[in-house]
Ligand binder design. Structure first.
Ligand SMILES: [Zn+2]
Length: 112
């Protein structure tokens, strides 16, 4: 699982914007541009409550993939996928560290 030490929403959004599959090993990811993009997104949201990564601060249009499971990808129209990650043997609600990963399988192809 790729983890670059930022919030889950930003993680999903940065991976999408860079076209990187969430299942890419960290060692295979070109990190500096990812971190720079994450900083840019964080900075752009500094002064508002909403977290907007698309540049469109309207309900339902604020993110590329995050929170959009089953909805069409804004780039290619394929359904956005989502998996919940939580500790084995616990339900999502029983695990305080549960998080969901959202991605477009077409725009973010899995590593070979
Ligand atoms: Zn797509």
């Amino acid at each position: 699982m790729t983890s670059i030490g930022i919030g889950n929403l930003y993680k999903c959004e940065v991976l999408f914007l860079r076209g990187v599959s969430p299942w890419t090993p960290v060692s295979a990811v070109d990190l500096p541009p990812m971190v720079e993009l994450a900083h840019r997104l964080l900075a752009s949201n500094r002064d508002r409550w909403e977290q907007v990564t698309t540049g469109v601060n309207r309900p339902g249009q604020q993110t590329w993939v995050y929170g959009r499971a089953g909805k069409p990808c804004r780039r290619c129209g394929r359904p956005i996928r989502c998996v919940d990650q939580h500790e084995p043997g616990k339900t999502r609600h029983g695990d305080p560290y549960a998080r969901s990963t959202y991605w477009c399988p077409n725009c973010q192809p899995e590593p070979a």
